[in-house]
Design a protein around this ligand. Structure first.
Ligand code: PHE
Length: 356
């Protein structure tokens, strides 16, 4: 090989190397090209390794021929690297672009369930009179749900309040009321017994929560429903306090002009007992199908706490008197929102729930 042929091979190598560099599409293939031409085992080294075949006087000129070619290829690689890096950066930035002028995505706004809303409104009202919310369990003993409330096992009122009984796994339940068997409470009234045992008068509590009954379900009866119980015990508490409190309540919930009345009622745990009526919210008292043409609607049961119940709560009925009331949250909500079927409350139908 003479010097001319050597130069031709060098220049061919240069052309191939520059072509390969131009064709690279990413930094790692560029590295491969770099290694293939300029690396320790690359083509340039291999070619230079062959200068032994040149005449001795030509050898010193080899460096002068080869160095500019190496520099050309190195420069091309450096430029290509810069270009590839800037392309990669552009691609990344395009992916991360954020148009701050786009309109925001609307947030779906939730709302409180109408029963929760109503329960809170009731609690807010009585809160103004010093009643505190006192949570009481849904699973109760027969003793607290019935016996302590003056409803013995053979009492006819039990028929109204049949419920689901839970058999504790380790109990030898005999089926008699005093065997400690557990049940799903039929009303929030057992909360009265708990409150009287846990606190001492003067006490004013409001016990909201879920109740259960063996009930043929229809538009106005659920086997699962919500009540709010009120209990106030103090010295000198009277029926007049009860009347005044409930009047204020009816006016706050159903309008200041709403007519109210007490009717005699019966509950084993209150004496006297009353039903509390308001003027019909549908016909304003003139009589319509919604109020059975009477012009009145019953919204709750109430009365003066029976002396036996006070005693069962550990209190002396000679010294303390109590007033108590219990209302169905479902019923209050139905009247306020003009809903005629309570089954919609627990049906989980968004078309209904989204209206609140
Ligand atoms: N517990 C009664 C019921 O479920 C309501 C009530 C509560 C009546 C407190 C009087 C006093 O029907």
């Amino acid at each position: 090989m003479d010097l001319e042929a050597f130069a031709a091979r060098l220049s061919a190598l240069r052309e191939r190397a520059l072509q390969a560099v131009r064709e690279t599409a990413d930094p790692s293939s560029l590295e491969q090209v770099e290694a293939a031409y300029l690396g320790r085992k690359g083509e340039l080294r291999t070619l230079l390794g062959g200068i032994g075949g040149l005449p001795a006087e030509d050898r010193p000129r080899v460096g002068a021929l080869a160095n500019p070619i190496r520099e050309d290829v190195e420069r091309a690689i450096a430029q290509r690297r810069e270009r590839l890096e800037s392309i990669a950066l552009e691609v990344r930035l395009a992916g991360e672009r954020l148009d701050v002028t786009l309109p925001g995505r609307p947030l779906r706004r939730g709302s409180l369930h109408p029963l929760v809303e109503t329960e809170r409104e009731i609690a807010r009202f009585f809160g103004r009179y010093g009643f505190v919310v006192y949570e009481s369990p849904e699973v109760e003993t027969d003793e607290r749900n019935f016996e302590a409330l003056n409803i013995p096992a053979d009492h006819p009122a039990r028929d109204l309040w049949d419920t689901i009984y839970l058999q504790p796994p380790d109990s030898e339940a005999t089926g008699t009321p005093d065997d400690g068997r557990l049940l799903l409470r039929t009303h929030t009234s057992p909360g009265q017994i708990r409150a009287m045992h846990e606190m001492s008068p003067p006490l004013r509590v409001l016990t909201p929560g879920r109740c259960y009954r063996y009930e043929a379900v229809d538009a106005s009866h659920g086997f699962e429903f919500f009540q709010v119980e009120g209990l106030m015990v103090d010295e000198g508490t009277s029926l007049a306090h009860l009347r005044g409190l409930l009047d204020e309540f009816a006016h706050a919930m159903f309008g200041a002009a709403r007519a109210t009345r007490f009717r005699p009622g019966y509950y084993p745990f209150t004496e006297p007992s009353v039903a509390f009526d308001i003027g019909c919210v549908s016909c304003e008292g003139s009589g319509c199908p919604a109020c059975g043409r009477s012009g009145w609607m019953t919204i709750l049961g109430a009365g003066m706490v029976h002396p036996v119940v006070l005693r069962n709560g550990g209190l002396d009925p000679e010294r303390f008197q109590g007033l108590a009331f219990g209302m169905g949250v479902d019923r209050i909500a139905m009247l306020r929102y003009a809903i005629n079927d309570l089954r919609v409350f627990l049906a989980n139908d968004l078309r209904f729930l989204e209206r609140f």
